[in-house]
Design a protein. Structure first.
Length: 101
């Protein structure tokens, strides 16, 4: 199961993606491939001065330090894409969102 956590605090957003979908064998898992494509595309689009990115095995955390309009659009798009994955493959990916302020 892939667990996505979205934490919003004022103008800062943190996105955490952990786990493995378990949809299919390693190398054939379309859910993992889809989520990876979304997250790696987001990471490539973000400026390192605006985002802190931590990548470990099956664990990626993206923390927006200072959100601007472009970054906000990138994050909204990635979250929309992840929600679409959850709609289609809900038993393999779960999204939890919370606001801390």
């Amino acid at each position: 199961m892939i667990k996505v956590q979205i934490i919003k605090e004022d103008d800062k957003v943190m996105l955490s993606v952990k786990g493995h979908a378990g949809y299919a064998d390693k190398g054939e898992d379309i859910v993992c491939a889809g989520v990876s494509a979304i997250i790696f595309g987001l990471m490539n689009a973000l400026d390192e001065k605006i985002a802190k990115i931590k990548v470990d095995e099956n664990d990626i955390t993206i923390k927006i330090l200072k959100e601007d309009l472009k970054t906000s659009h990138y994050m909204e798009l990635a979250i929309l894409q992840l929600r679409t994955m959850e709609e289609s493959y809900g038993q393999f990916i779960k999204i939890q969102e919370r606001r801390t302020s």
